[in-house]
Design a protein around this ligand. Sequence first.
Ligand code: MRU
Length: 353
Amino acid sequence: MTTQKSPVSPVTWLEDRVLLIDQNRLPQEYTTVEISRSDDMAEAIKTMIVRGAPAIGIAAAYGMYFGAREIETTDRTEFLAELEKVGDLLRSTRPTAVNLFWAISRMLKTAHGAIGSVEHIQKTLLEMAKTIQAEDLQTCKDIGDKGLAALPATPEKLTLLTHCNAGGLATAGYGTALGVVRSAWREGRLARLFADETRPRLQGAKLTTWECVQEGIPVTLIADNMAAHCMKQGMIHAVVVGADRITANGDAANKIGTYSLAIIAKAHNVPFFVAAPLSTIDFELTDGSKIPIEERDPIEMYQVGTTRICPVGVEFYNPAFDVTPAELISGIMTEHGTVAPGDLKQFQAKQLV
Ligand code: MRU
């Protein structure tokens, strides 16, 4: 393991391996973890060293390449069968973010479509992993820049609120919701970002504020239960969050607590935007009730740091995501512009897998 300072790029390709920023250690410690095997990549996704929907898609794409590199046969049919098993391993890590499944499918499609030797297919897979990563960086910049047009026109600069971390750390480096914040800051339209702390894993407190501090974006941290009060005081012009999976009707799964934030926003007439690339849209699912919701270890709830915060004998329920119904969403900000949740279908033909 190495320690170094660098811009927010959660996944970095280095000649024959990948460096992941260990997101479990931020903000106290900036460390990177070297990964060169598919099973280690699966573990890194599962344990959330790398997290955030597009970032786990990118990580899984490199994991597929590592898996391809580990397969010893030169027989194409055997190779492709073994590669499917690598896909199964990586798919089993986290169930909700569709970008993971999207990236694995794209890698498998690339392998099946490549002609020539196994060695050639392996090289093609590495190129595809790099392409997925490079595309995401550009896609997020487009989401950020185009999303600006949908933000409310206000006489004063905007104060935005976000939940969890949909930033550079959760993507190739620019962010979806935080990409909109970055673009607004760059264009002089942002006064301040409010960041929900995002219990239980505190991605807002630990990661979103860290990214803002790195770039000098003014940020105010609030506990999750303070958002309604802030909106009632007129302190928030709009909410922008990311998504892990958006269904064909525009329902959006995102970090637990997003749904209640959307209800609060509606009650206070505050526009509520979801920023996400097309790779987050699952056109195969008609609505959000079909999205698998990950449940995580209860230790995330009963332990803060090394301190247990409730008595022994309590039971727990720890869903990691919830689904915001389309009717609570003012617009979905994509790389092709912002659309009403009901109008997503127009993008189906543009999806790359
Ligand atoms: O459990 P996490 O930290 O992977 O959840 C992340 C989120 O919910 C993000 O908002 C979402 O993945 C969008 S990231 C651009």
